[in-house]
Design a protein around this ligand. Structure first.
Ligand code: 0XW
Ligand code: MG
Length: 365
């Protein structure tokens, strides 16, 4: 089965809950999403999605993905669907985020052709669903507490508290959230905003509080140096871009990793890193940098096929944004993300919601 047509769309996806504030004054108002449709010579469709978070979260930006899209599309025409990851890597060195939606679309097509939900191609479902968390942006402690209470009332039992600024202010935010939702499980995510000294100050001031520390500093070296100072569990997110990063983190006693599908380049490398991390004994989160229904379905399938004993949590991006790009995801009642039941990603895509293609080539284009 070979690729006969490639069509790319752009969808702007404003956040439903307003500005999203990360450390370092980074603020974003929504996702800027690349949606890819592949059509095979057998007439099977496959869809994929990728959105970076602005321009300052990862070494990725939407305009980069849209610039790479025509180059990758041309290379994929005639390529076997099963070999898409190899074709992408042979065409463009690096730029994994730009390849992610194409790789995802190929997996969707393979699942549809096989008549199987994607998780059956990725290890099979272990359990019914994956715990969801909501992220609380940096703000005044009262506002963070109010947001935490709202999310708890909406069924989320796990919350990601954004930190990574002044350690004293971060401590106040964490204490306010804990007071508002004492039964929630908390992750403090600095998004690499601290220097090691800031992180040690925050750790000392919050030694008695229950939370997992996420990506305290920007570089792998700083994070690994900090590991010895943190008695609590520590997970890395932005530092994990390759399999080698995951191995280095495991060797240094890091407890868990977050694999972002876009950051590593699609479902193919995500699966490799996920399975290696599980074998190395780490907790694993599979999620992404942004998107809506199509991307959330990919996170759902990769998460549910991660062994439940090693599975941490994931995000429901289709509930973060005010637009939809398909239907098929089950309700997230109880704060759980369940995979669609249909074949492949299991999403019926709303083509009309995507506007005119930004790129289209191949048969009948
Ligand atoms: C919460 N996220 C998954 C959404 C944004 O892409 C950033 C990321 C994080 O962990 O910071
Ligand atoms: Mg994170």
């Amino acid at each position: 089965m070979r690729i006969a047509r490639v069509t790319c769309f752009r969808q702007l996806q404003p956040f439903a809950d307003g500005p999203y504030v990360l450390s370092g004054g980074r603020v974003d108002l929504g996702f800027d999403s690349l949606v890819v449709r592949l059509v095979t010579d057998a007439g099977v469709e496959g869809w994929g999605e990728m959105s970076p978070l602005g321009t300052m979260y990862d070494p990725a930006f939407a305009e980069g993905a849209f610039a790479a899209a025509p180059i990758l599309s041309a290379a994929l025409l005639g390529s076997p669907v099963a070999a898409v990851a190899r074709t992408l890597d042979a065409t463009l060195k690096g730029h994994p985020y730009a390849k992610s939606a194409f790789d995802m679309a190929a997996w969707d097509a393979l699942g549809r052709a096989a008549g199987l939900p994607l998780h059956d191609l990725l290890g099979g479902a272990d359990g019914q669903g994956t715990t969801l968390y909501r992220s609380i942006g940096r703000a005044e402690p009262e506002a963070m507490a109010a947001k935490a209470a709202e999310y708890r009332a909406r069924g989320y039992r796990r919350l990601q508290v954004k930190v990574g600024g002044d350690p004293g202010a971060d401590e106040a935010g964490l204490r306010a959230v804990l007071a508002a939702v004492p039964d929630a499980q908390l992750y403090c995510d600095a998004n690499g905003g601290w220097q090691t000294g800031d992180a040690r100050r925050f750790l000392a001031a919050t030694a008695a509080l229950p939370y997992v520390l996420e990506q305290p500093c920007a570089t792998m070296r700083e994070n690994l140096l900090l590991r010895a100072h943190a008695a609590r569990p520590m997970v890395l997110d932005e530092s994990i871009a390759t399999l080698a990063d995951a191995v280095e983190a495991a060797d240094a006693g890091i407890d868990g990793i977050t694999i972002k599908i876009a950051r590593v380049g699609g479902i193919t490398p995500t699966r490799v890193i996920r399975d290696a991390a599980v074998a190395l004994g780490m907790m694993v989160t599979v999620e992404d940098t942004g998107g809506a229904d199509i991307d959330t379905a990919a996170m759902a399938h990769l998460s549910i096929s991660t062994p439940s004993a090693r599975r941490a949590h994931t995000v429901d991006f289709h509930h973060w944004v005010t637009v939809a790009n398909g239907v098929g995801l089950p309700d997230t009642d109880g704060g759980m993300l369940r995979p669609p039941r249909g074949h492949g990603l299991g999403i019926d895509v709303f083509v009309d919601a995507l506007g005119d293609p930004v790129h289209d080539e191949g048969a009948s284009s």
